[in-house]
Design a protein around this ligand. Structure first.
Ligand code: SAH
Ligand code: SF4
Ligand code: F3S
Length: 430
């Protein structure tokens, strides 16, 4: 029996997605499955027959947001709406989420939704006509001490190489301009290709060789698998964009060890230097500069002021373009859970602020690099209120362009950068 047979007759579905790009990609597959079975999408909860919540549990705050939505669903049901609610994605059968599991009519794991343990092979209903996510692997074997993902997504699983490359080819032929290879540990990919095992550098290089006018991105790599070979492939593959998110999590070696991150800061900085040098040597013009972002957690149990200062040092030295700074949130089942949450919220907020101030400065400095240069920008959307187009550069900088027309959406325009801020660039179409 198909999972959709458990739902009421085809009607309107309301799909809400929380969390990372992997969840967005999973939702695209859910949408495809439902539409294939005759369900129509709706953007209003009130008019839905079926609500599907694709959940994220990475921080307590994410779980709380889902409780907020669940309350609304309960309220609708009580006021007589015939609405069926399904919970999927990264949920946990833990005490924290027990109540949540009861509110939903059905709780169903991703692979069960598709009745396919290899659900990454399912077709997707892409959310955009020019930007596409191609999941190449899911799951995680690393068990960082703070992280719930190995418990919500299970062990690593890689999609066969040919399937990934066929999807990229189809997207390129369909005119997609921005293609992301996705995975929790994207560079730990080990996909089958007949009897051979293909590793990530080979996959990336083969994706780069596909005909078409597209920009290639991938996320999220783990520093432990960021090999010299991958660095060379990245720098020498012209479709691979000069942008990388490389999570450091902390700048302190003792904290990294406690987090079960298998590298020290010296290794991390070494990778950064090699990456930057490889782009410098192999690319032309503004592509010589690799834009870097990172993920940082502040207030992990035992993080002293001196240890935090190591993160300050890392961020000051690396001069990131972007950083996703999170306050530590204890998660059930993780190995750090028994350590509790000894660092007060106010202290975490203080540390987060300090790091954001550093980022503001380094990002501004980096963005000034693009001043007076004419660069390609993929136009995302037109904001009628601001009377401006917004897009992304190859280095994944948000670019605001005054005026312009919405018929440029999904196209690459040549833009002269006239102004730089910390969080974006401003320019004119050439
Ligand atoms: N696989 C990716 C990250 C997945 S989770 C990687 O290894 O980099 C995304 C980000 O959420 C992490 O990089 C981390 O910075 C943050 N995060 C995960 N667990 C967290 C927790 N318990 N508290 C605060 N932030 C957390
Ligand atoms: Fe896996 Fe660690 Fe990334 Fe979590 S943060 S998904 S445990 S590598
Ligand atoms: Fe992503 Fe959240 Fe799951 S960050 S992997 S959706 S727990």
């Amino acid at each position: 029996m198909a999972i959709t047979d458990k739902f009421r007759k085809p009607g309107r579905y309301f799909l809400v997605t929380f969390g990372c790009q992997m969840n967005i990609s999973d939702s695209e597959k859910i949408a495809h499955l439902l539409e294939e079975r005759g369900y129509q999408p709706t953007l209003e909860l009130e008019s839905a027959d079926l609500v599907i919540v694709n959940m994220c549990s990475v921080r307590k705050s994410a779980v709380d947001r889902i409780y907020g939505l669940a309350e609304k669903i309960e309220h609708l049901k009580k006021s007589g709406h015939k609405i069926e609610a399904v919970l999927t994605g990264c949920y946990l059968k833990s005490a924290e989420q027990r109540k949540l599991l009861k509110i939903f009519d059905l709780v169903c794991a991703r692979p069960d939704f598709f009745e396919n343990p290899e659900y990454l092979s399912q077709p997707a209903h892409y959310h955009s006509f020019f930007r596409a996510y191609v999941p190449i692997m899911t799951g995680c074997n690393n068990f960082c001490a703070y992280c719930i993902v190995p418990f919500t997504r299970g062990r690593e699983y890689s999609r066969p190489a040919k399937e990934v490359l066929d999807e990229v080819k189809k997207l390129a032929q369909g005119g997609y301009r921005e293609i992301w290879l996705l995975g929790q540990n994207v560079n730990s990919y080990q996909g089958k290709d007949g009897h051979r095992t293909v590793l990530f550098p080979e996959l990336l290089s083969r994706a780069n060789a596909i005909d078409g006018d597209f920009w290639l991105y991938f996320t999220t790599p783990h520093p432990k698998d960021l090999s010299d070979q991958l660095i060379q492939v990245m720098a020498q593959s012209s479709k691979v964009a000069p942008y990388l998110n490389l999570p450091a999590q902390s700048g302190d070696d003792i904290i990294l060890k406690k987090m079960n991150r298998p590298y020290v800061i010296k290794d991390y900085k070494n990778i950064v230097n090699k990456l930057r040098q490889a782009f410098q040597e192999n690319r032309k013009n503004e592509e010589k500069r690799l834009a870097l972002s990172t993920d940082i957690i502040v207030g992990f149990p035992g993080e002293t002021e001196a240890m935090f200062q190591e993160t300050v040092k890392l961020m000051t030295e690396v001069e990131y373009d972007m950083a996703y700074i999170a306050r530590y949130s204890p998660r059930p089942l993780t190995s750090a859970w028994p350590l509790g949450d000894p660092i007060p919220e106010a202290e975490k907020i203080k540390r987060e602020k300090i790091l954001n101030e550093i980022l503001k400065k380094t990002a501004l400095k980096n963005n000034r690099f693009y001043l007076n240069k004419t660069i390609p920008v993929l136009i995302d959307y037109y904001d009628a209120k601001k009377k401006a187009l917004f897009g992304k550069s190859r280095a994944y900088k948000t670019v605001k362009i005054d005026g312009g027309q919405d018929n440029l959406i999904g196209q690459v325009a040549s833009v002269k950068i006239t102004e730089a801020g910390s969080w974006g660039l401003y320019g004119k179409i050439k």
